[in-house]
Design a protein around this ligand. Structure first.
Ligand SMILES: Nc1ncnc2c1ncn2[C@@H]1O[C@H](COP(=O)(O)OP(=O)(O)OP(=O)(O)O)[C@@H](O)[C@H]1O
Ligand SMILES: Nc1ncnc2c1ncn2[C@@H]1O[C@H](COP(=O)(O)OP(=O)(O)OP(=O)(O)O)[C@@H](O)[C@H]1O
Ligand SMILES: [Mg+2]
Ligand SMILES: [Mg+2]
Lengths: 259, 259
């Protein structure tokens, strides 16, 4: 199983949209895909019509499991989505209490990676969506993954946020055996806006060795797709946003196979 | 001094844009305005070209002040912006450590309101920008303000986020003498997108007694303005987004005068 996390400390940059779009395309290509929602706000969970406030099994349970883990207990957290081959471990608002309640507990940063290890042969890919805050939930996602996707809106303020995210990655790398590979994904690109054009150019200059050479354009179909509770590729396979994510995925999978 | 907070637990809905736009318009009308950045990510601080990582005086200092407060010590946290009549108490990334470091300290939820009380005669309005997370920083903003502005993107997922924000307001109201007035502001409305049109209608149906009857349309000039480090009204006074915020402000100020 390949584990990819989608993270950026800036809000509203397209993390959840990237998770659903990439997950949906992988599932359509026949891969078995598991999505994990680590955001207490639960956009990914709501996207697939689950109600955060009424779930008894969720990613929160991963943080309560101690000692020898039972694969069937982890499997019981998995829910269906509207798409074949695409499953979900949803979030609940209780995730927001973990930092205060479990602070100082041994191995708190590795709860998600230990839980996912129990499902290693069930799925080809696991994608983890994260909240826009540096804390124990993001640390778990960064510790559990082998590749990090960093969506960044093509606008001026987002570049400052990206520098902070890269400092977080450098911090995490100090406790990993090998450096965490990451890909910066320019999103919501609008060629009619001067700020969008110039910030994409600035991003390509400043972060040239980790940035995806293309970008995801602004596409109103993403909002329509989220209203329909479907990945964009199921909602409108010919959308320009879907084509962009398909091109990104082709590159990521090719790079992954080389390893 | 009137204190307004801008908050929503969902990321990327236009909180910082609303803070800058409303603040810029009030300053142009001759009011003395103070902006306060409580977001450890510091979009408002970056907007006005300050570097979060190199500031010695910031909103973080408000949380360290104890005992009898000295107005001049609070005044020393105030920085200039590119606009006359518009000042800023910036953020630093250290804000993200408050919850862990000061947890359990007496009166931690009232640090910002006690600090602002020292500047009561210096400004006509104080606007507080917040991070997209329920925690001690948002609690401080909700405790300090007399009016809450809740920007909500006109898209399907945002309505779920709004329900959660309203539960947070209900929680805060339990410890206030009188209910906190709040106004829901539909943002980034795009009449070409079916999801935008139907979610605005759903919002108006479900939250009719607290929603602003108009909305802020999608306007690419906001990104250009943020690149220029200017409020949208200074960047392009005739933009349709600026006109929308001017109409909102007229209503809010009129309502405020009636009290
Ligand atoms: N390429 C795009 N074009 C147009 N709209 C987009 C695009 N990508 C995402 N969106 C829209 O932008 C909004 C924010 O996206 P999303 O929720 O994926 O961001 P996020 O980073 O996950 O936010 P949060 O920080 O709250 O978790 C959503 O309404 C989504 O539909
Ligand atoms: N009406 C609008 N039309 C088009 N773009 C907008 C509009 N309002 C805000 N934006 C853009 O959307 C992005 C997110 O806005 P903003 O940073 O104000 O949201 P936020 O809620 O403060 O985000 P965060 O949760 O990260 O603090 C910015 O690029 C901003 O320029
Ligand atoms: Mg998200
Ligand atoms: Mg903001």
């Amino acid at each position: 199983m390949r584990v990819w996390s989608i993270a950026n400390q800036k809000g509203g940059v397209g993390k959840t949209t990237t998770t659903v779009s990439v997950g949906g395309l992988l599932a359509e290509q026949g891969y078995k895909v598991l999505l994990i929602d680590l955001d207490p706000h639960g956009s990914l969970t709501s996207y697939f019509r689950y109600d955060l406030d009424n779930l008894t099994k969720s990613s929160y349970n991963l943080f309560l499991m101690t000692g020898e883990l039972d694969p069937n207990e982890v499997r019981s957290l998995v829910h269906d989505t509207s798409v074949d081959n695409l499953k979900l471990i949803p979030a609940t608002t209780a995730l927001a209490t973990i930092e205060r309640q479990l602070h100082g507990q041994e191995g708190l940063g590795l709860k998600v990676s230990r839980g996912l290890a129990q499902l290693w042969d069930d799925y080809d890919f696991a994608l983890i969506d994260t909240p826009p805050v540096l804390g124990i939930l993001m640390i778990n996602a960064l510790a559990a993954c082998e590749q990090l996707l960093v969506p960044v809106q093509t606008e001026h303020l987002a570049i400052k946020g990206l520098e902070r995210m890269l400092r977080t990655i450098a911090m995490v790398n100090r406790s990993r055996k090998s450096e965490l590979p990451y890909t910066i994904i320019p999103t919501m690109y609008d060629r009619r806006t001067q700020a969008s054009v110039s910030s994409l150019r600035a991003m390509r200059n400043n972060f040239s060795d980790h940035i995806w050479p293309s970008m995801v354009p602004v596409d109103t179909r993403f909002r329509d797709a989220s209203k329909a509770g479907l990945p964009a590729s199921k909602y409108d396979p010919e959308g320009r946003g879907v084509h962009a994510y398909a091109a990104l995925l082709k590159l990521l999978v090719a790079e992954q196979e080389q390893k």
